[in-house]
Unconditional design. Structure first.
Ligand SMILES: Nc1ncnc2c1ncn2[C@@H]1O[C@H](COP(=O)(O)O)[C@@H](O)[C@H]1OP(=O)(O)O
Ligand SMILES: [Mg+2]
Length: 354
């Protein structure tokens, strides 16, 4: 099996960071992290980035990381920094051997800040580069809805390993896709999954527990024989993907069901496990460049599960040109057998607008 150690480290690191995000949510619910802090997301984001980068650097010191966050403001905000440190230093997996593999807990607050700042790679087409979004779907996270801890390894610009921690998705693959699972899902039994894929070796899902990763099975997209019955999923935020265009495309395809709205790369995971079928991300702002950390893991997981992922023009997402996907516009992710049909409808609706 290729990239065995990379996969293991990525799965464990994402699991550990997911535990941290859940404890941040719990602190917020208890009121220990108040609204005035304005920072449950910030705390979770910085903390998760520190834990994941520390694990990568411990195991693969030469690798680079493209991380969404950097620590300069944190270095000035001592109080916030120590609040994050208090959570980070105590976040462990329940399995000690696995924690040891990640390099154990970070030793000092300064180590934490340095780990966060190590996510400063410019990306590109050469070498081993990890793309990291410590909390994707910040609005979903705050609501107790969908969010994801996202990590992918690219080698020479090609995604080889992808892992998505989705603490609020149901463990049961056959549970119908719902909007917001609601705050009730957070830390409730039956919720929390980890998706992973290695290029050429398929995609898997396993329960995301307090760190002891076990079980799981391979997943695949649903074979959609009648596109009118397909389940579509889209962003919650109107500013991230055009709902009007999505509705027109659905109509053109004859899709009758309402699209399911959820934040984050949980949409990619849902398509990969056959709970959703069509994920469209339709540009709202012409000048917006998608970020690689928002797509790298999901792109591989869907493709390894038998799906096809392109932009709205039918081009593969190009992760090899830096921190953004500036060569691409939008995303069309579907089971491979209906991709051409969906892409055609996307093209017809969008070209009528130019
Ligand atoms: N105008 C935009 N178009 C598309 N995506 C955007 C836009 N602005 C922000 N995003 C990104 O969308 C992602 C969330 O997507 P979703 O709606 O699918 O959950 C976030 O990572 C967010 O990036 P950022 O965190 O930099 O704001
Ligand atoms: Mg994001």
């Amino acid at each position: 099996m290729a990239f065995e150690k990379e996969l293991k480290v990525a799965q464990l690191a994402v699991a550990r960071a997911s535990i941290l995000t859940k404890s941040v949510f719990a602190e917020k619910a208890k009121g220990t992290i108040s609204k005035e802090d304005k920072s449950p997301v910030t705390i979770g984001d910085y903390g998760a980035q520190a834990l994941i980068i520390a694990a990568i650097k411990h195991n693969f010191p030469e690798d680079e990381v493209v991380g969404e966050e950097e620590a300069s403001t944190l270095r000035e905000q001592k109080e916030l920094s120590s609040k994050i440190w208090n959570l980070v230093k105590d976040t462990k997996l329940s399995d000690e051997d696995s924690d040891t593999m990640l390099g154990g807990p970070l030793k000092t607050e300064d180590d934490m800040l340095n780990a966060i700042d190590a996510g400063n790679s410019a990306g590109g087409a050469k070498g081993r580069i990890w793309a990291l979004d410590p909390i994707d779907g910040t609005k979903g996270f705050l609501r107790g809805g969908q969010y994801a801890v996202c990590l992918a390894l690219m080698v020479d610009g090609d995604v080889k390993v992808g892992v998505l921690g989705c603490p609020n998705l149901p463990i049961d693959d056959s549970e119908p896709l719902k909007e917001d699972m609601g705050a009730a899902a957070t830390d409730k039994e039956g919720y929390g999954v980890l998706f992973s894929a290695v290029q050429g070796e398929g995609a898997r899902i396993q329960p995301l527990t307090r760190g002891a990763l076990s079980g799981g099975h391979s997943i695949s997209v649903k074979k959609v024989t009648d596109v009118t019955q397909a389940v579509m999923c889209e962003s919650v935020e109107a500013g991230h993907s055009s709902k009007g265009d999505n509705a027109e495309i659905a109509q053109k395809l004859g899709v009758t069901g309402k699209p399911v709205q959820m934040d984050s790369q949980a949409k990619y995971g849902s398509v990969a496990r056959g709970a959703g079928d069509i994920y469209l991300r339709l540009p709202v702002r012409k000048d917006y460049q998608e970020k690689i950390w928002d797509h790298a893991a999901g792109d591989l997981i869907v493709r390894e599960a038998g799906g096809q992922v392109t932009d709205i023009h039918g081009n593969r997402l190009n992760f090899s040109i830096g921190r953004t996907l500036r060569d691409n516009k939008g995303v069309v992710a579907t089971p491979a057998n209906i991709h051409a049909q969906v892409l055609k409808a996307v093209g017809e609706v969008l070209s009528a607008k130019i």
